[in-house]
Design a protein around this ligand. Structure first.
Ligand SMILES: *Cc1c(COP(=O)(O)O)cnc(C)c1O
Length: 357
């Protein structure tokens, strides 16, 4: 993979462990934790995140099977659940790498080869993958018939647990409880994501799946006490130049300098995940302890910062995503959620992992 040198993402593993520990107040000591590290660990680096969490969680989850293989090739030995629908070309790899498949439709029993372990996925209200609750009886029968496959768990997914107070969460919970009664008690059962774990009193069953919370964010607008973002993104000034009052900057010439001053050009653009939609949104970056506005349209590989009377040497560090301008702040300006910001930072940008940061 091409490695960019225009910026760096740093990931704080001390805070990662602190975030994990924050969830213990919501869990019985015997509740197991599955750490969700899909999309390269929400953009943080799945392998390194998993290596740090390996001794503290009981399982991992990824979306694509290739992500599971990458974890195995890097020494992760804990159970790994793959969320995606089994893909024809890859089905033999579940057994080869001891990955747990997801079976969410009848035909999948035929698709995966004998010897494959799997969890069943039920759609209790998410409206995405999964069997319907009414199929529970029939699927329990299929589990018995396909005795050369190994069913080790059942799960479902909440649609509205990102904030407290949604009745759909307890409805889904109760439906899942009924589904569970059709299956052997020893099967691992899990439904709660970060929000379900932090905001609802529903049963945790015997496992929870934590994603966004581990990375230090709450899933919606309600904060979870004790969490701290673990990712920081920084770049540098590529060039500093004088700009005259009234001179325009970038495509569309939509911004003009209010006074003679300096303009900083940063080598980061929308291709890197600095979303073009942040243009003209009072989006600030941090340079030498001060905040400066990104001005003009953000381009593919560059954006510009108006420095006023302040001069900085080329090479000066610029913080793009940091405490005070974190993914919540970005998401608000872009009308999206921190998940999309974090996973949108180009994976070619190097991740620097700080164990004691
Ligand atoms: C992404 C995902 C999770 C984790 O959700 P968070 O809100 O990040 O905790 C759990 N389960 C499934 C099926 C998912 O797709």
């Amino acid at each position: 993979m091409i490695r960019k040198s225009n910026s760096t993402v740093t990931v704080n593993h001390r805070l990662l462990l602190k975030n994990l520990a924050t969830f213990s107040r919501f869990l019985d000591p015997e509740t197991r934790i599955m750490a969700v590290v899909k999309s390269d660990g929400y953009g943080h680096g799945a392998v390194e995140i998993a290596q740090t969490l390996d001794a503290k969680v009981q399982a991992f989850a990824v979306n694509a099977i290739q992500e599971g293989i990458e974890l195995r090739e890097n020494g992760i030995a804990k159970p790994i659940l793959v969320f995606e629908v089994p893909q024809q070309k890859m089905v033999s790899q579940y057994r080869v790498h001891n990955l747990t498949a997801t079976i969410s439709s009848r035909e999948h029993f035929e698709w995966v080869p004998n010897g494959t372990s799997y969890h069943l996925n039920f759609d209790t209200g998410m409206g995405r993958l999964g069997f319907l609750p009414s199929q529970a009886e029939e699927i329990a029968q299929m589990v018995r018939e396909y005795s050369e496959l190994f069913c080790t768990g059942i799960y479902s997914h909440f649609a509205t647990a990102h904030e407290p107070g949604f009745p759909l969460v307890s409805e889904q919970h109760d439906i899942f409880r009924k589904i569970q009664s059709h299956f052997p008690e020893e099967l691992t059962a899990h439904i709660a994501n970060t929000g379900g774990t932090a905001f609802y009193d529903t049963s945790r069953f015997n496992m929870v799946r934590l994603g966004i919370g581990l990375y230090g964010y709450a899933p919606g607008d309600i904060t979870i006490e004790g969490l701290a973002p673990i990712l920081r993104w920084h770049s540098f000034i590529a060039q500093t130049k004088r700009i005259k009052a009234g001179a325009s900057v970038s495509y569309g010439a939509e911004w003009q300098a209010p006074a003679d001053g300096y303009l900083g050009i940063l080598p980061v653009g929308y291709e890197d995940g600095l979303k073009r939609g942040l243009s003209g949104r009072q989006f600030g970056v941090h340079i030498g302890g001060n905040t400066y506005k990104v001005v003009g349209t953000i381009t593919m590989n560059y954006c510009m910062v108006y420095l006023g009377q302040d001069y900085y040497e080329p090479g000066t560090e610029v913080e793009l995503l940091y405490k005070g301008n974190d993914a919540y702040e970005w998401a608000r300006k872009l009308d999206t959620i921190p998940y999309e910001i974090l996973t949108g930072i180009d994976k070619q940008i190097p991740r620097e992992h700080l164990q004691y940061g």
